[in-house]
Structures are given as C-alpha cells and as structure tokens.
Design a protein around this ligand. Structure first.
Ligand SMILES: Cc1cc2nc3c(=O)[nH]c(=O)nc-3n(C[C@H](O)[C@H](O)[C@H](O)COP(=O)(O)O)c2cc1C
Length: 325
C-alpha cells in the first residue's frame, strides 16, 4: 500500500507505533520497523542524551529500516535536556522525530536543518493547523479514544479525522482506538494516510514489558479505562485499577482544590514498577479504549501482516462488492 505517509517516511506499510513511556525501547521500535511499519523510541524514557544515543545505536543494530524517536514536551519544572536529546538524535542519523505535548517550535529548526522528518502528535484541528504552519511534515491526529493524553476537547475520531482532512494540507495519520484492518481502512476513508497505534503494540511478543501488562490489556474490555487528572487540565486515559480508583476518589473529594501533590503517589514514578516489574496496581498507566478490541499477543510481523492482508480483502471484496452488487 502506498500513501503519502509511506512515501514521506520510506516505509512499506502506513502503520506507526507511537512513542510510549517505558515501552518504546529499541526492541519495540526495531520489531515494528522490521515488520514494515515505523517504530519509535521514546526519548524521555531514556532521559539523558547519553542513554538515548546508546538506545539509538542499539536499534540501528537491530534493524536497517527507518525508525523514529519521540520527543514529548512536558509542562514540568525540571525540564529534560532537550538540546542534548536533539543533538544525539541528529548525530545518530535518525530520520524521523515524533513530537508531542507542547508546540515543538523550539526544536524544529535543528531537526529540519538535519533533514529529519517531523510528525507532531496533537488532539485538535487547531493544533494540527499550528503544526502545519510552523513546518511539521505530518500530523498524528489523536482522538478522544486514545491511550495517554487526549487533551481537553473530547472529540472522538469519527468527527476529528474528517475535520482534520477538511483543513489540513500535510498528510496525517489517525491515532487513538486503532487496532486492526477495520481501523486502517476506516482511517483511510476519513482522509488519513495511515494509522498510529499505541496500546495495540504493547500486546505483542516483542514489546519489552512485563507479561502482566500484556495480559491486562487482553483481559480488559472497552469499559476498563478511566480519565484522570481532568481537574488539572492534564487529562490522561489510563487502565483502571486500585490506584486509579483511589485517585478518582481524591478528585471527587477535593474538586477544584486538587493539586498535583495530592495524587503524586498514584502517578509519579510508577511506570518502571508497572512496565518492568508487572505490579499492575502500582499506579495510573496509559491505556486506550481499544483494549476492548485486543484479544491476542502476536509478533509485530504477524500483527502488521494480518492488518495489511485483511485491509486488502476489506477494500477489494467487502467495499468493492457493495458497488459492484
Ligand atoms: C503506555 C503508554 C504510554 C504512552 N506514552 C507516551 C509518551 O511518552 N509520549 C507520547 O507522545 N505519547 C505517549 N503515548 C500515546 C501513544 O503514543 C499513542 O498516541 C496512543 O497510545 C494512541 O492511542 P491508542 O492507545 O488507542 O492506540 C502513550 C500511550 C500508552 C498506551
């Protein structure tokens, strides 16, 4: 399948693995890229330029296909060494950067000068247009369904994707709630040039996370995510568990008085305990509603090959069949 996204990134299939904290290590990115998609290392999980440089080198040893690095701009007090991270991305010969969080304007000139393609992930049409206007090459349009941070507008992809298609000139991928061939074909029909998946890629053989995480996603239904931190305007969609229910109880009790310090136990530093140790009740971890569509733990190759084969059949048989009937 050839789309503006496969052409832009030099990949075989229009499928991207979004950056994921404590999931997007070299093993994950290389497995997706080797299967013909675009794998992405999560820059902030590595934290320092030295560690990110090592991870990029490791990924290069594992694949000769293109892969990317995610740079998430967070509203934090102790800002990570973004200039250092950008330097090792450029020196490491990375060809694609996925930016997310705040406006990536501060790093864009350096990335563009180095010939790096930039895809910015955002949750609204206005932020997509902003990304286009500052020179991003593509956008990842993340709907309300998504695992992680859906923003504060709550617009699901049935509306958000065609709205983005109506306004944008640069190519975009559909993100949030994507799991299979139906997701891909629907995204293409709504004007996207491919899809980005997060949660689906965690439940794969190569995902470098504890088996408990994969099992939790397979066991969960579409009813098992919750939105947390809305009172802080930092909404995150997470898998429900004991810690999340406790956090939500604090939100109900404290209302508008809620501060980050009140929920620090449930959200700060919990990712290594969950993703590495498999302590599933340690705190709040991002997970999409799409968990309801995930029932197996395939290899990335099996997952992507299956999606592309079924997409072909969907388009050629089911859809064409309606017209030819
Ligand atoms: C466990 C997890 C961690 C994530 N961490 C990040 C992150 O650090 N930076 C980022 O830009 N997006 C992050 N995301 C969002 C994904 O890149 C992607 O946009 C999202 O998962 C898409 O929705 P889906 O899960 O329904 O496929 C994370 C998602 C998950 C599930």
């Amino acid at each position: 399948m050839k789309t503006r996204i496969t052409e832009l990134f030099g990949i075989e299939h229009p499928i991207i693995q979004g950056g994921m904290h404590y999931v997007g290590f070299a093993e994950m990115a290389a497995a997706v890229s080797n299967a013909g998609g675009l794998g992405i290392i999560t820059g902030l999980t590595l934290g320092t330029p030295e560690k990110l440089a090592d991870e990029i080198a490791k990924c290069r040893d594992m694949t000769d296909k293109p892969f990317g690095v995610n740079l998430t701009f967070l509203p934090v007090v102790n800002s990570p060494d973004y200039p250092g991270l950008v330097r090792v991305i450029i020196e490491g010969g990375v060809k694609v950067v996925e930016t997310a969080g705040n406006n990536p304007q501060q790093v864009l000139p350096y990335l563009k000068d180095a010939g790096i393609r930039v895809i910015h992930k955002c949750t609204s049409v206005r932020h997509s247009l902003k990304a286009q206007s500052i020179g991003c090459d593509a956008v990842s349009v993340d709907g309300f369904e998504c695992g992680g941070h859906p923003g504060e507008d709550d617009i699901p992809n049935m509306i958000l994707l065609p709205r983005a298609a109506d306004e944008l000139e640069i190519p975009f991928v559909a993100s949030g709630g994507m799991a299979d061939a139906r997701s891909l074909v629907a995204s293409l029909a709504m004007g996207a040039d491919g899809m980005n998946m997060g949660t689906r890629f965690i439940a794969t053989k190569e995902a470098p996370v504890h088996e408990n995480v994969k099992k939790a996603i397979v066991a969960a239904s579409e009813l098992d995510t919750r939105l947390v931190m809305r009172p802080l305007r930092n909404t995150e969609r997470v898998m429900t568990n004991e810690a999340v229910e406790r956090l939500l109880e604090k939100e109900r009790k404290l209302g508008a008085d809620l501060k980050f310090e009140d929920i620090i136990e449930e959200v700060a530093g919990v990712y290594p305990r969950i993703m590495k140790e498999g302590e599933m009740d340690a705190g709040a971890w991002s997970c999409g509603m799409v968990a309801g569509l995930i029932n197996d733990i395939p290899t990335c190759q099996e997952l992507i090959d299956g999606i592309m084969a079924e997409a072909d059949a969907l388009i050629r048989q089911r859809l064409t069949g309606f017209i030819d009937a």
